[in-house]
Design a binder for this molecule. Structure first.
Ligand code: NAD
Length: 311
């Protein structure tokens, strides 16, 4: 099988490439190296059947040419990271909307099965009693560009789904929940690598907000086999499937755990959201995936706990 992996030089994409190559597949990576890095792929350089193409998913002809030759497409390229999205709102939107459309259209035109990476953020933060025009939880609000990521990913799901249903080409949509593991960088605010980096440097560990907000981190080593199995499971086609971990922890608890496991002398300091993200930013208090659909479809059961992930 020949697989095209967009975003293959990124964190999740490079682990996916490792798995595909280990299974004996040919792999073509399309990545513009905006947040990804060739360092994530050094282990694959020179491997027969592995090709890297530096390019943009907004380049429709390039996408079409690569997909035409493929047996399957994994679409992971996206503008990611809160700071990146806020600093480059228009570019991010284009990449996350038009880029996905290019990949999905090429896949469907060539009847190539495709996977589109979505996010837990599509669930939004809709726990408000009264909905106000300036609500920070609005996806598409012109003044809340941070949520353009969630809005675009929601539309990506729709594009993937509608094309999948209309064409009959196998389509898998994965909603990743806080996936972590080796090669993830804290560059754009991802909390686990940021805390680990701060701990190893003996720098203050910066918790945003009170630290009471809870998250559930999923290991990339659980998520990758999960998404590969979904691609082989016709019952999974044309629906969005949560993939993540099961061990829930508060962000303060995560900071404590990182200090303990690294033997760091770092102190934990608290920074309010305004200072970290600006303009009345509010975070969701809890994000926990229900992975029962993935369990039903493919027997998905995360095997790595938080200590494994941090180590
Ligand atoms: P990442 O930044 O490591 O990977 C994204 C890759 O896409 C990078 O290599 C980047 O260079 C590439 N890219 C960006 N714009 C591009 C463009 N225009 N053309 C070609 N390549 C481009 O991030 P990741 O964490 O590995 O995320 C992979 C996918 O999973 C993304 O679609 C992301 O939205 C999704 N996701 C990740 C998480 C997570 O917890 N890591 C959670 C939810 C969803």
């Amino acid at each position: 099988m020949k697989a095209v992996v967009t975003g293959g030089a990124g964190f999740i994409g490079s682990h996916l490439c490792d798995h595909l190559v280990a299974q004996g597949h040919e792999v073509v990576v399309l990545d513009d190296l905006s947040t990804g890095s060739m360092e994530n792929l050094t282990q694959l350089e020179g491997t027969p059947g592995f090709t890297f193409v530096q390019g943009d998913i907004l380049d429709r002809d390039l996408v079409r040419n690569l997909v035409e030759e493929a047996d399957t497409v994994f679409h992971l390229a996206a503008a990611v990271g809160v700071y990146n999205i806020v600093d480059n709102p228009l570019k991010s939107l284009r990449i996350n909307l038009q880029g996905t459309e290019n990949v999905v259209e090429a896949a469907v035109a060539n009847r190539v099965p495709y996977m589109v990476a979505s996010t837990s953020e599509v669930y939004g933060k809709n726990d408000a009693d009264g909905l106000k025009e300036d609500d920070d939880r609005i996806y598409g609000s012109p003044i809340k560009s941070r949520w353009s990521y969630a809005a675009a990913k929601g539309l990506d799901e729709l594009v993937a789904y509608v094309h999948g249903v209309e064409s009959g080409v196998p389509c898998v949509i994965t909603r990743f929940f806080n996936v972590v593991g080796p090669r993830q960088t804290g560059q754009y605010g991802m909390v686990v690598p940021r805390f680990v980096d701060q701990a190893l440097r003996g720098a203050p560990i910066t918790v945003y907000g009170t630290g009471a907000q809870r998250r559930c981190f999923g290991s990339v080593f659980d998520v990758i086999p999960g998404l590969l199995r979904l691609m082989e499971t016709p019952e999974a086609y044309n629906q969005a499937v949560n993939l993540g971990g099961h061990e829930e922890v508060s962000i303060k608890g995560l900071a404590d755990r990182v200090v303990e496991l690294t033997g760091s002398t770092s102190e934990i300091v608290y920074i309010d959201y305004e200072q970290a993200y600006g303009d009345g930013y509010e975070d969701m208090q809890r994000r926990y995936p229900d992975t029962s659909l993935a369990h039903r479809l493919i027997g998905y059961r995360p095997t790595r706990n938080l200590n494994d992930i941090i180590n």
